[in-house]
Structures are given as C-alpha cells and as structure tokens.
Write a protein that binds this ligand. Sequence first.
Ligand code: FAD
Length: 394
Amino acid sequence: MTTCDIAIIGAGPYGLSAAAHLRGVKGLEVRVFGEPMAFWQRNMPAGMFLRSNWTATQIACPWEALTLEAYQNAAGDRFSTPVPVDRFVRYGLWYQRNAVSDLDQRKVMRVERDPAGFQIFLEDGEECRSRRVIVAVGIGAFAWCPPVFRDLPTSVASHTSVHRDFSRFAGKQVVIVGSGQSALESGALLHEGGAVVEIIARSHQIHWLQGRLSRTLHHRLGAVTRRLLYAPTDVGPAGLSQLMARPNLLKRLPRGLRDKLWNRAVRPAGARWLVERLRDVPMRLDSSIVSVAQVGACVKVRLDDGSERTVDHVLLGTGYRVDISKYGFLTPALVQSISCANGYPRLKEGLETSVSGLHIIGAPAAWSFGPLMQFVSGARYASRALMRAIIEKN
Ligand SMILES: Cc1cc2nc3c(=O)[nH]c(=O)nc-3n(C[C@H](O)[C@H](O)[C@H](O)COP(=O)(O)OP(=O)(O)OC[C@H]3O[C@@H](n4cnc5c(N)ncnc54)[C@H](O)[C@@H]3O)c2cc1C
C-alpha cells in the first residue's frame, strides 16, 4: 500500500489548481487522482461556449505562468471570448501536463477513515493511505431531474449533462425544460443542428446577461468604475460581484441575507450572445410540465394550462442540486460524520469538513463560501485557503 500526505480526488479546474498550489509546499507528498477535465470533455455539449469572461476562465496557478495567454503562445492556438469549450479543455489539459504531470488517472472507488487519516481504494483494487483528502469531483453527481420525469426512460427524457453530441436529434422534436444557460445554449445548438425545439420554463422572463445597464457600466463609464463594480472573478451583477469575490467578508453576513444574495448572484440567466441564436425558437414561459407519458418512441407532456404536445424527447436543463451523499465513493459512515446543511457540507477555514483532514472544494463549498465556489474563478480562493490551512496545521 502506498502512502501520501494529501490525496486530491478530481482533476478538473479545482483539483488541478489545488495540486499546483500544494505541490509548492515543501515536504508534502501530494497525489492527484482522476481523469483530467473529464466533466468538460464528456458532460458538456460540443460547440458550447463558456459564459465566464476571460479573467474568470483562467485556472489559478501559484506561479501565475499557466494562463490562457501562455497556453495560446505555447500551443499556437488563438481564440478569444466567449471561449469555446474544446479550447478550454485543451487549456486545462495543458495546465495539467505542466503542473501535475504525474497525475494518476485512476478513479477513486471508496474513501474510508482510518486511524492515520484515510484509506483510498482505487478502481484496480490498489489502496493508498493519506493523512488528508481533498475532494474536488465537481457537480456531475448532482444532475437534477424533477420528480415528474423520473419514471421516463432515458430514450425520451434526459438531463443536459449526459449529452456531448446533439446530432442524433436532427429532424426530431425536442422540448427543453429550463431557463438557465445550459437549457438556452442547448436550445440554440439543437435548433442549429436541425431539431424542432421548444423551450418551456417556469420563470416569467428570461434573464439575459450583459443587458443595457451592464453594458453601460462595463464599457461606457471607464476602466476605474468597471473595476470598482466588477471583480475579475465575474460572479454576480455590478457591486455584488465585489462581495461575491470576497468569501471571508460574505461569511460575516447573516445566513438569510447570504442566501438572498447567492440567489441573486447566480439566478438562471443566459449569455447575451444567445439572444440572436434563439430568435426562431419558441419559448413558453411561466409554464410547468405537470404530467408526462411515454407514447411509443415519443413522450406526451401536459402543461399546467392543460395544453399538450407529443415530442421525440424532453431535454432537462434543470441544473444541479448539491447533495454530497451522492458522492458514491464516500462511505455512508463517512457522509454521516460530515455536518451538512441541505446537502452542502458546513466547511471551516481551509474548506475542511467537520471530519478532520477531509476537505471539499468546488460547488459543494458554496454554502460556506458563496457562489464563487461554483465557478472556475473560485479555484484561486479555494487553493490559497487550503494551502494556508494545511501549512498552519502541518
Ligand atoms: C453546461 C455548463 C457550463 C458551465 N460553464 C461555466 C463557465 O463558463 N465558467 C465557469 O467558471 N464555470 C462553468 N460551469 C461550472 C463548472 O462546472 C465548474 O466551474 C467547474 O467544472 C468546477 O471545477 P471542478 O474541478 O470543481 O469540477 P469538474 O470540472 O467537474 O472536475 C471534477 C473532476 O473530478 C474527477 N472525478 C470525479 N469523480 C471521481 C472519482 N471517483 N475519482 C477520481 N476522479 C473523479 C473527474 O474526472 C473530473 O475531472 C459550467 C457548468 C456546466 C454544467
């Protein structure tokens, strides 16, 4: 059995950034497990663009060398915003080769506590012991499927996260549920790929980002005003963006207010560049699907206004709901020892759970550190906070 001081599970932006930071701490043996950028490669549609801006798309690196610009120069790969997902994946893989060249791509199947820390079981049966474990496995396990759709087979209803390639829907009728970026961008891609699409959402209106006010604040009032109102992390509207970029400050606010600000900062919304692409896609707002039934190879959906349509597929752009008990590799005993609120772990300094030595970073950290943790740009805060806490305790 091998041993290490820190085992990082997950090699997406958070796991890679944490590894790059912790590898700089002298005397620490850090191992990193997981397939690099797997969620971005497998669970997002080809042709997608990132919604975050240029600075917020950088994966934080302690020596500031592994930037998007450095990647472009090294690879001769030119692009700008919005960043295409395949370029972001290539950037992430380049980051991994430079910062974590000895990445162990095996999947972690189980993590148990043991007297010296944790025991980690890998997919090929090998075991490893580590004093600390940092969980950085993202939101893939939390794809949310509303109850009304749960009994339908995946041939007629599926979550956006299971699709990489929408080409099989060419010529098909597809209802998309949701009004966030994922639902809207899937709508645009399906429409452009020859599907007949309708978007159905409960919200009264679609919130489009970069509206007139935001464009004025960004471009007309000058760089100083822009910097005062918007943090480079790019989470939340003018003003709120600065607060969201400071999790330590946000933590001091009363819980109720934090939750309100969280909802406002990351409400379902679509990037402005989707407006034109969705011009010919019908949207039924203020509507819910109340019942569904499979009809042969199709699915009949009934809305709350009594109207019905029979389509080939229902695509659920219904987002993700954090519930760490869905991380299958954490044993039920371990999950039970983690103090949680609504499925989110309650984290202390250094993003440590109530189980000493067990840290969780990325979206599950949002209950404790705010919505910044749901985005690539939050990896800088998370990695630095981890590093500080670990150096202190070592
Ligand atoms: C459609 C869509 C669009 C998005 N667009 C943006 C955007 O524009 N900007 C932005 O900032 N954020 C965006 N996000 C959010 C994005 O998912 C997160 O910002 C980012 O992926 C968080 O990185 P992560 O490292 O926490 O998780 P992930 O990127 O999901 O990485 C998790 C890693 O863990 C590994 N893993 C999982 N289970 C195991 C296991 N058992 N053993 C070993 N390894 C494991 C996987 O291989 C994977 O590589 C988007 C999300 C979606 C769904």
